[in-house]
Design a protein. Sequence first.
Length: 360
Amino acid sequence: MRRLQVKSSAGEYSVIVGRGAWRALQRLKGYSSVFVLTEPNLWTRWGRKFARDTCWTRVRPILAPPGESSKSLTMAGRVASELLERGADRHSLLVAFGGGVVGDLGGFVASTYMRGIDYVQAPTTVLAQVDSALGGKTAVNIRAMKNLVGTFYAPRLVVSDPDVLASLSPRAFKSGVYEAIKHGILSGPKLFGWLERKVAGLRPDDTGVLETLVARAAQVKVDVVSRDEREAALRRVLNLGHTYGHALEEATAYRRFLHGEAVAWGMLMATRLAELVGVLDPSVGKRIARVVRSVGPLPPIRGLSEGKILGLLPRDKKAVGGKIHWVLPEGIGKVRVTSDVPDAAVATAFREVQRGVWND
């Protein structure tokens, strides 16, 4: 069991990683009621174990349909209405038990219900355990714009049990591993080298390796968000691969790629872009491409309109005044955030990765 500490404006909170992490919730006392927001199949598979570990035998779940469509103001309203009908008050606790969608939705509801109630993140995917459940970002989508409406609202606690990852589909599992690779690039040679040795052939039931992966990758995000909670500057580095990635997701109506898959393509494109503008040695770019591709094949991007993708890039919510803040790797453990990138290089990086003429 590993305990990481996150500093936030609301005070410190713990991230507990390891088998049996859910048992830490037994120590949360003094709430008038406890509610669990989750998805139907997930609760059917893991609800009894969660109840045993937490000793919360009377908890009835609030169920949200799986998928990105649940991250909406409409669904947030439905969850809030159900909380009200069940008697939730300002001293209630909401547990977001699920992946990134449930975590973002649950955090958003908790931050706004009666102007804010306590919540816990109990992430059940690799992506959520290493990334989205950490840092206190909450959000819902508006039309095609992902995470357009949201808040910064720190959870009371994050509990990540690697056992739950065993029920992930291979595709969902690999989607999260790509995010861990992003953290390896940001962290430095020690974590990145470990990932180079471990991620090829990694399975959802490799619990021991996964506990280490989650803890080490999560520590990278914890370190960043503890120093920059509201994305004033440093936290931007976590967007490595996301500018291209978000454009890929939006261009395909969020139906072709899981988030981590889009980020994986985005990391490849950002790596090639870094080479083109002269800030990254091609030998390092080859290592990054190799470890990303070692996880497994990605959904194809052939056939996507270059013009459409490039046109969507300035709409990224991280852009300021229409200027994109690119996160470019300069080496393993070092990235540059810059808006001074030629449009021609941006287009070339996309085109070469799409056509498979670079490090394929």
